[in-house]
Design a binder for this molecule. Sequence first.
Ligand SMILES: Cc1ncc(COP(=O)(O)O)c(C=O)c1O
Length: 368
Amino acid sequence: MLLRARAAAPRPAGAGTAYDFFWARNALYHGLRALHLPPGAGVLAPAYHCSAAIDPILHAGARVQYYRIQPDCSADMADIAAQMDATTRALLVIHYFGFPQPVQRLAAFCRDHRLYLIEDCAHVLVGQAEGGPLGSFGDVSVFSWRKLLPIQDGGHLVVNNPALRVDLPPRGNGVLLAAKAVKNALESALEGRPGGRLLAAPLRACALPRAFARAPDALAASSRVERSQGRFDPTLAHLRRSGVSAYVVRRTDVAAIVARRRRNYQALLHRVARLPGVELPFPSLPPGTCPMIFPFVVPGRDDVHTHLRAQGIPAVTWEYVAHPELPLDRFPGAAALYRRLVMLPVHQSLGEAEIAVMAAALERTVRR
Ligand SMILES: Cc1ncc(COP(=O)(O)O)c(C=O)c1O
């Protein structure tokens, strides 16, 4: 990974002006600020989300107007129209797990109601909707390449509306965070390689002292990054993509990753579709879609992911990722997705054997 020849960096969204950030949440924050929303303006956002997509809206001084998501993860157009009011200025749409939302219709709705469209492509590596690539429809669009490429940081902002200007602070990441990014990249490159544990030992030994938490700004960023977990921290909003992340992305065979993820998704689809009681929000893989994970629901069962984890399968749900201010009792559909939508990995490093193990574990679980 670190030694490959340089290739053209992927430009997934087409023609807009692009900016690189440490995380997609930073990209969202700076994209929102470029909209110059009046204080208290409403931004429509889905009730099924992760906090990191909602925090930047609130920190940009706007109010979130939540809308419903259907069981197949598509945006509920009727509820979007119902939630909108005179204060609404923007609509955020999430292409869950890399699968396209009806983005043409959403863009037309925004045009008709003079709203900005924010395309959250945090789960998208590459993708197509009718009329263009995902990320090319929003006035601003964000990506989180770190979720799909072998990098630990890497968010991306694309500004498609030529009237919008992004105002970026001149501050860099600081030398300590840059060093840590290199250390993390080396550690993950060595992981699972013959002799990797031995070679990584000296790297592990230079863990950053906790005292840096109280150190001046540029130093402290490094430890605050570790503590921020899935939340947006406005004091880290200026962080850009690390040099080592840009280096690895330029040496990554994106087309091969897309092909392997698609192959793994299709293989799981083939095995899981015939299991009784399993519902699939995305029962087919549209051309050009690169799946982030394989989602499924077993209606009435909240324990599927814990049973899978007990069998060694890294299955997860979004049970704890909703923003604390979301009034979940008003959104029973989203509440069911948080509890029951289980995500299985389709990572490019997985092969036939691992897919078969996952499918067999799922079969045992649903037949219990
Ligand atoms: C839909 C969505 N948007 C935005 C984000 C934020 O991405 P990042 O972790 O790169 O800030 C996430 C991540 O968890 C996400 O799932």
